[in-house]
Design a protein around this ligand. Structure first.
Ligand code: 5GP
Ligand code: ZN
Length: 117
């Protein structure tokens, strides 16, 4: 099912501690770690420990967990930056999704431009 660890999933391996990551926040259900290729001074990925493919699947399966993802994102933005931030889900390859384990991008720490495409 969507809740089982996917053996070939990069973020399941990070959640399991099988691959290293620079973790900045952690709860029972969520891990947040720095993006390996940051697009801003603060660029953190907020990742539910459970495997769900994208935010659309997560929203349908567990809206409370999605709400907790947003709470952790907000806390990270206040802890690591000034609390002003963008929170982005890429959902689907055409939207730029490349890792198919749901994650939100916290982008902060700079004046941000806006060029989504
Ligand atoms: P997406 O394009 O799926 O929305 O975002 C995937 C993000 O994961 C990208 O910003 C990429 O830089 C990041 N990423 C890919 N591989 C790794 C990794 O091994 N470790 C970390 N920390 N980030 C990764
Ligand atoms: Zn996964």
């Amino acid at each position: 099912t969507g809740n089982q660890p996917a053996s070939d999933c990069l973020f399941c391996k990070i959640v399991a501690g099988e691959l290293p990551a620079d973790v900045v926040a952690s709860t029972e259900r969520i891990v947040a770690f720095r993006d390996i290729d940051p697009k801003a001074p603060v660029h953190v990925l907020v990742v539910p420990r459970e495997h769900h493919g994208d935010v659309s699947v997560l929203a349908a399966a567990d809206p409370e967990l999605l709400a907790e993802v947003v709470e952790v994102a907000d806390r990270v933005a206040h802890d690591l930056a000034d609390g002003q931030y963008r929170f982005i889900f890429n959902s689907g390859p055409r939207a730029g999704q490349s890792v198919f384990h749901v994650h939100g991008h916290v982008i902060a720490g700079a004046q941000l431009g806006w060029s989504p495409a």
